[in-house]
Design a protein around this ligand. Structure first.
Ligand code: 3HC
Ligand code: NAI
Length: 698
């Protein structure tokens, strides 16, 4: 008998239970176990119906991703599903938790499906750069119609049990999975319901067969944001095959698409990112048994750009917030922005119509820092100056309850120094959110010198609770993300002095897959802040200074490195900027040269990777994959390129080190010399990934 799949009998009902924690993924053992148990149940003359259910927290959550890329082990999933769909006895899938990917495909090969109220059902394969490879693209359109199917398959988001019921994906919502499945099975027998095989039922395809635009319109809307990705398009093709071809031919087409994607560089990178994200939530070197502190209420200091977005993230997760400002007016403005934001989302159908009011009710606006007294976690998001931060933390030390975790959202400042003004440095850390904080998923968790292990896990676990992706980093200027970004900023500015234009640099960066180039990003953030800070420090940056002197502060003034017309956010190349750059270079006696796109790409990416190597060497990040997670979720690094350190491994560290040395000499910039770690790995023919393997082995 299989270890992970068990067969029991309740008189005429056979119950097949998968028990393979944590998520009952379809490993070879699980596939084999289901196959054997199904065969035995079908052969058992006493058995009249079969229920397939799972133990633990969820129904089957998909294929076992760790098996991809390894030699396939029998039985294949298709073989298991064939056996089930062709069973002469009805098979009922009883779903709880998440039926995802191959898990939902197993359920679709059953004759009936029931699910608990809080279950979610989906085909998220595209998020791993794949398409459903076990009949999902052929059976789901037959179950729910091509319009919803394409939304689930190309979009990748799961639907609720209520929606699944509404669209005919499940028959009933049940209390418990196993008991509900059994009761339903008895009903099927009592009512002598026929075996329903989705492969034979084309009724829901009729409308799209008559008018394919139903399908093509849905695809066009879904792939609008799929720039650079292969899987969404391949997945859409497979669904189209369900509409246009007989079942078996459609299945063949799906198989071909799946095999191609599973071997693709994009899917490998996306699978890497899946595990990197989960790895990042594990903190290296914590004492065993460290438990997070309880967080029932959060206080946020400052209702500006960041404080407001952070407060929204907590309210979105149902966690009550005390939002604290210096005056009623600031508070009113901050609360107003949040309300408008939620209302706009509700108007687009992104959240229910009553959600804005419900979420606003979770936020208690207050004036005065003494109002932090009930909070278990305090996040400070006031102005970015050390003096103000210290003042706030002195007050927090006085008013916060003992054991509360006190976090700063600072982008650059030294958390150790902030911690020193309190008598509880063990409770102090950084929680660096990214703008817009209600949207961006990254949260850099900054571990200071004296941060206690349980304060650190509290921050990591609460970040996950509010649907953020946490990554633990150490104290340094700009932490991981902004510190690397600064290297790119330095090069982009230098390139203008050598003859490149902002639009040329940005085009190379967006073609690579980043959402925005450095100059469009500067325009968005505003050029005046840097200008003022340069003036304070007596530093010059002739082109950026000249732009500001001409009143070009970026998007907010309609002009910066680009021009913006009619209130639009779309950057338009501006001949005036070209002229201004030319004049500046002439004034400085600089010669222009033709800078190739290849050079731009290398000078945008390699110095960042070099800084990543220094960050690893200093132990500011524990793993190269943590750095990748930071770039994927904080800066929109294209997921199909895995992250900067993963990308570096694909390019080859020797090539990167060589090019950095070359640019260091060619542009007379010693800061571009390869970091010792990069140099060493390049010389040894190794990858950054080899470091992670090493530390795991240690
Ligand atoms: N294969 C292997 N391991 C998996 C896995 C899978 N499909 N899904 C999750 N895991 C592992 C995670 O790596 C993690 O391991 P760890 O504890 O060692 O870090 C553990 O299970 C728990 O996962 P989470 O931390 O993500 O747990 P959550 O409770 O937050 O989320 C989940 C659970 C919603 C199931 C989430 O894990 C998830 O989305 N999993 C992936 C689902 C998916 O993409 N399925 C499709 C796979 S492709 C496929 O099925 C192809 C088919 O068409 C042939
Ligand atoms: P902001 O200027 O929009 O908001 C700051 C708010 O804090 C203001 O509303 C102000 O009234 C309030 N405030 C000041 N002193 C206060 C006090 N003593 N008590 C209560 N409220 C007080 O600034 P923003 O952009 O939200 O930045 C806040 C912090 O977040 C800074 O440390 C910044 O570096 C950091 N950050 C900013 C990002 C961004 O893109 N704007 C990104 C990530 C971090």
């Amino acid at each position: 008998m299989s270890e992970v799949v068990k067969l029991e009998r309740q008189d005429v009902i056979a119950i097949v239970t998968v028990n393979s924690p944590p998520v009952n993924a379809l490993s070879a053992a699980v596939r084999g176990g289901i196959f054997e148990c199904m065969k035995r149940a079908i052969a058992d003359a006493e058995v009249k119906a079969i229920v397939l259910t799972c133990a633990g927290r969820t129904f089957i959550a998909g294929a076992d991703i760790t098996e991809f890329g390894k030699p396939p082990k029998p039985p294949g999933l298709a073989e298991v599903l064939d056996l089930m769909e062709n069973s002469p006895k009805p098979i009922i899938a009883a779903i709880h938790g998440t039926a995802l990917g191959g898990g939902l495909e197993v359920a679709l090969a059953c004759h009936y499906r029931v699910a608990t109220k809080d279950a979610r059902l989906g085909l998220p394969e595209v998020k791993l750069g794949l398409l459903p490879g076990a009949g999902g693209t052929q059976r789901l359109p037959r179950a729910v119609g091509p319009e919803l199917a394409v939304k689930m398959i190309v979009g990748g988001d799961p639907i609720s049990a209520a929606d699944a019921l509404k669209h005919g994906l499940i028959e009933e919502i049940v209390e418990g999975p196993a008991s509900g499945g059994e009761t339903f099975a008895r009903k099927v027998l009592a009512e002598k319901r026929p075996l329903r095989k989705l492969r034979d039922d084309d009724s829901k395809l009729a409308a799209a067969k008559a008018d394919i635009s139903i399908f093509t319109n849905a695809v066009a809307a879904l792939t609008k944001k799929a720039r650079g990705l292969e899987a969404p398009f391949a997945a859409a093709d497979a669904v189209r095959a369900a509409i246009e071809l007989p079942f078996d031919e459609g299945l063949k087409k799906e198989r071909e698409g799946f095999l191609k994607l599973v071997a693709s560089d994009q899917s490998k990178a996306q699978r890497y990112a899946f595990f990197a994200e989960r790895e990042a939530a594990k903190i290296a070197g914590l004492p065993e048994g460290t438990k997070p502190r309880n967080v029932a209420r959060v206080a946020i200091i400052g209702a500006g750009t960041m404080g407001g977005g952070i407060a929204m993230s907590f309210a979105n997760a149902g966690i009550p917030v005390t939002l604290i400002e210096t005056g009623e007016e600031q508070l009113k403005r901050g609360m107003g922005v949040m309300q408008k934001n939620w209302e706009a989302t509700a108007a687009r159908g992104g959240i229910p119509a009553d959600a804005p009011a419900k979420r606003m009710a979770l936020i208690d606006g207050k004036v005065g820092l003494e109002n932090v007294k009930d909070a278990d976690l305090v996040i400070e998001a006031v102005f970015e100056t050390m003096a103000v931060k210290k003042e706030v933390f002195e007050a927090l030390d006085k008013y916060a309850k003992p054991g509360a975790v006190l976090a700063s959202n600072t982008s650059y400042l030294n958390i150790d120094e902030i911690a020193k003004v309190t008598k509880r440095p063990q409770d102090i850390l950084g929680m660096h959110f990214f703008s817009p904080a209600n949207v961006m998923k990254l949260c850099e968790i900054v571990r200071a010198d004296k941060t206690a292990p349980d304060a650190l896990t509290t921050a990591v676990s609460i970040a996950r609770k509010i649907a953020k992706v946490p990554a633990v980093v150490g104290v340094c200027d700009g932490f991981v993300g902004n510190r690397m970004l600064a290297q790119r900023g330095k090069q982009s500015e230098k390139l203008l002095f050598e003859g490149a234009l902002p639009q040329q640099v940005d085009a190379v960066v967006t073609k690579f897959g980043m959402p925005m180039g450095p100059f469009a990003m500067s325009d968005l953030a505003g050029l005046d802040i840097g200008w003022r800070s340069r003036k304070d420090r007596g530093i010059k940056s002739e082109i950026a200074d000249a732009l500001c002197e001409a009143g070009r502060f970026g998007q907010k003034t309609g002009k910066g490195y680009y021009k913006y017309e009619g209130g639009s956010r779309a950057p338009l190349p501006d001949p005036d900027v070209e002229k201004l750059i030319d004049e500046t270079l002439q004034r400085l006696g600089r010669k222009k040269r033709v800078v190739s796109d290849e050079e731009i790409l290398e000078r945008m990416m390699y110095p960042m990777i070099n800084e990543g190597a220094r960050i690893l060497e200093e132990g500011i990040a524990a793993r190269p994959s943590d750095i990748d997670v930071i770039w994927l979720y904080g800066y929109g690094w294209p997921i199909y390129r895995g992250g900067p350190m993963y990308y570096a491994d694909q390019v080859g560290l020797k090539h990167i080190a060589d090019r950095l040395s070359y640019y260091a000499k060619e542009t007379n910039d010693p800061s571009l010399e390869p970091a010792p770690l990069l140099k060493r790995l390049a010389a040894e023919g190794k990858t950054f990934a080899s470091l992670a393997q090493q530390s795991k082995a240690a």
